[in-house]
Design a protein around this ligand. Structure first.
Ligand SMILES: [Zn+2]
Length: 374
């Protein structure tokens, strides 16, 4: 079986990358550099139903995501007698249509060998169950991510659990906002995720997974989600980064109601330091944005950004603040209703990290958490 984004057949069983001297113009534009990162394929991605070959045996496609993200990148890896798919998109009609276009187009006649998900977030795992069922293939994930997806798809109820109300009050939400949020019900995760397979193949830190002609080492990141899998082909110079390293936007790092005493931002900063030990030369394939080089510059910028926000936040805590009082210092802009929940989670993560570092103290008054500089 052969696949290629080009009209002429490539070598057996491979997605052909552009020849070293080939113009990349067909693949979305010129090499582009910005803020220490280089985008060798330019700043435009594949259109619907299009598969761009970015290296031998590695293809890039996109699925739509509503809202400001606009898309998620998925990766098609040459496997033995077929292709493995990395990440799957939301279970919404436009994503199913985009898959149908890929499967009838560049992937027509291809055998799908396995579905790999970097983590449990719905834009990554949404159609994993649909694809594994359709092709009769296994799902590969880390255990904590699989468990979270299984748990959240099972947790459908009429009203939010009491822990949600506790969380919203602790963050300083007023009763009107809490009532509006509660009226939305519970179980939105399951509404955009097809049933997650009951069994799976576990990926864990340090595993090496042979996929086609490449060996991918599993490197786990934390903070954005419990056990995020990055796949590194050091010999081939490629990193499938998922949401653990994004080129332009900052991955969401939130304190979640499932674990209100956790320190996700601390986990995130440790993961940044860990990924900083990987070679700087890797071509990073992120889930949002375009493939880039400059891993170290990006990780440094992310770490500096968080440290700067933590310092600014610490300064404002000369006066007691709730999470909702911290949006302007953390984000520098007004937070609209549709991102209020995300902003709350991020503010809580930053405050909690200052507390864990011993730079802030939390006092709970009538269910509301007030933070002060220590
Ligand atoms: Zn994510």
């Amino acid at each position: 079986m052969t696949i290629s984004s080009k009209a002429e057949p490539p070598a057996e069983g491979r997605i052909e990358g552009p020849a070293p001297d080939a113009s990349l113009a067909d693949h979305g534009g010129e090499t582009y550099s910005h803020r220490g990162l280089t985008y060798p394929l330019g700043r435009r991605g594949p259109g619907e139903g299009e598969l761009i070959a970015i290296a031998d045996g590695v293809g890039w496609a996109r699925l739509p995501v509503p809202g400001s993200l606009k898309h998620i990148n998925i990766w098609v890896l040459d496997d033995d007698e077929g292709v493995a798919l990395v990440d799957t998109g939301l279970d919404i009609p436009p994503c199913r249509e985009a898959w149908d276009a890929l499967l009838a187009g560049p992937l027509a006649g291809m055998r799908i060998t396995r579905i790999i998900c970097t983590h449990f977030h719905p834009d990554h795992i949404g159609l994993a169950g649909w694809l594994t069922e359709r092709f009769g293939v296994p799902l590969w994930m880390t255990r904590e991510e699989w468990l979270f997806a299984r748990m959240l798809t099972a947790d459908v109820r009429d009203a939010p659990p009491k822990e949600a109300f506790t969380y919203w009050r602790a963050a300083g939400w007023d009763e009107e906002r809490i009532a509006a949020e509660a009226a939305k019900g519970w179980g939105r995760f399951a509404s955009v995720v097809t049933p997650v397979p009951v069994s799976f193949v576990r990926m864990q830190e340090g595993d090496t997974i042979r996929i086609g002609a490449r060996d991918w080492r599993v490197v786990i990141g934390n903070g954005h989600c419990p056990e995020h899998a990055c796949l590194i082909d050091e010999a081939g110079g490629i990193m499938i980064a998922g949401d653990q390293v994004l080129p332009r936007i900052t991955s969401n790092v939130s304190l979640n109601l499932s674990e209100p005493e956790a320190d996700p931002l601390g986990d995130w900063l440790v993961s940044i330091a860990k990924l900083r030990t990987l070679p700087d030369s890797l071509l990073v394939l992120p889930s949002h944005g375009e493939p880039f080089t400059g891993l170290h510059a990006r990780l440094d910028a992310l770490a500096e950004g968080h440290r700067g926000r933590l310092d600014a936040l610490h300064e404002t805590l000369a006066e007691p603040h709730r999470a909702v009082d911290c949006f302007s210092v953390l984000f520098g802009r007004k937070i609209e209703d549709n991102s209020f929940g995300l902003a709350t989670g991020e503010a809580m993560a930053h405050l909690r990290h200052l507390e864990v570092e011993g730079r802030a103290v939390r006092e709970v008054r009538e269910g509301v958490s007030w933070y002060c500089a220590a």
